[in-house]
Design a protein around this ligand. Structure first.
Ligand SMILES: [Zn+2]
Length: 252
């Protein structure tokens, strides 16, 4: 078979395979075989597809397939009910999550604790926490090469012991590289290499972790810190020590 005949034959085979769905130029070009041929002879492939498509429509009348105008985004999941005592994301965030840059959450089976690792943060006002959260969200949206679709953590704890909603739990977080599936991310605002947890933060962290462990049926050995999952200093020496003690004590 000559090179020309082989290309024409392969183009027809590609169209025949997709005939039942209504062969189109778009479909043919998405076929891997034809994509390879595309490099060698764009006009031949498109012509072959159009010819076969016309024949198919004559033989088998059916509904005409209309190509979508733009690629479909993943559907936005139904928001889960707000967790009691948690401040809504809408109170602080100055932008919506971008679903195109996030994956749906899979069943939650693990919790990971972080600090934000920026400058020490001891201001217990709501306004200070809002600013801190928004600055983290913006820095996550500016990540390169892959900007996040929202703040990477699901919850945050401020120096006043308040719990804030971050990324909705219907979306997978972005807080432990390659280990975000089913992993709830909680950040304690501040730098725990350079500061200690105050009593309000300790109580809030233990109480909230207890609630989440009960909600998702997670045992304390699945409540880990970032440095127990990956090579990082997060969540800082002092928060790390607190978590090691909490797992043996109040969270055991
Ligand atoms: Zn971390």
């Amino acid at each position: 078979m000559s090179g020309f005949s082989r290309i024409l034959q392969a183009g027809k085979a590609s169209c025949r395979y997709r005939r039942y769905a209504g062969c189109s130029r778009f479909n043919c070009m998405s076929d891997s075989t034809t994509r390879r041929l595309f490099l060698g002879g764009t006009l031949l492939v498109l012509g072959g597809c159009a010819t076969q498509s016309a024949t198919s429509l004559t033989r088998v009348p059916g509904p005409i397939w209309t190509p979508p105008l733009k690629p479909a985004l993943p559907p936005t999941p139904t928001p889960l009910p707000a967790t009691a005592g948690v401040i809504a994301r809408s109170v602080w965030a100055k932008g919506r999550p971008n679903p195109a840059r996030m994956d749906r959450m899979t069943p939650i089976h693990r919790i990971t604790i972080h600090h934000d690792g920026m400058s020490p943060f001891t201001d217990s006002s709501m306004s200070a926490a809002k600013q801190r959260l928004e600055s983290i969200r913006r820095s996550h949206l500016q990540r390169r090469p892959q900007p996040f679709g929202d703040i990477g953590y699901h919850y945050a704890i401020d120096p006043g012991g308040r719990i804030w909603s971050g990324r909705p739990t219907s979306w997978q977080g972005a807080h432990v590289r390659a280990q975000n599936q089913g992993n709830l991310g909680i950040v304690v605002l501040g730098n725990y290499d350079q500061q200690s947890l105050n009593a309000a933060q300790k109580n809030a962290l233990v109480r909230f972790l207890g609630q989440q462990m009960k909600t998702y049926n997670i045992r304390s050995n699945k409540v880990t810190t970032h440095q127990e999952m990956a090579a990082t200093a997060c969540p800082g020496t002092n928060l790390q020590a607190f978590m090691v003690g909490a797992r043996k004590g109040r969270l055991a």
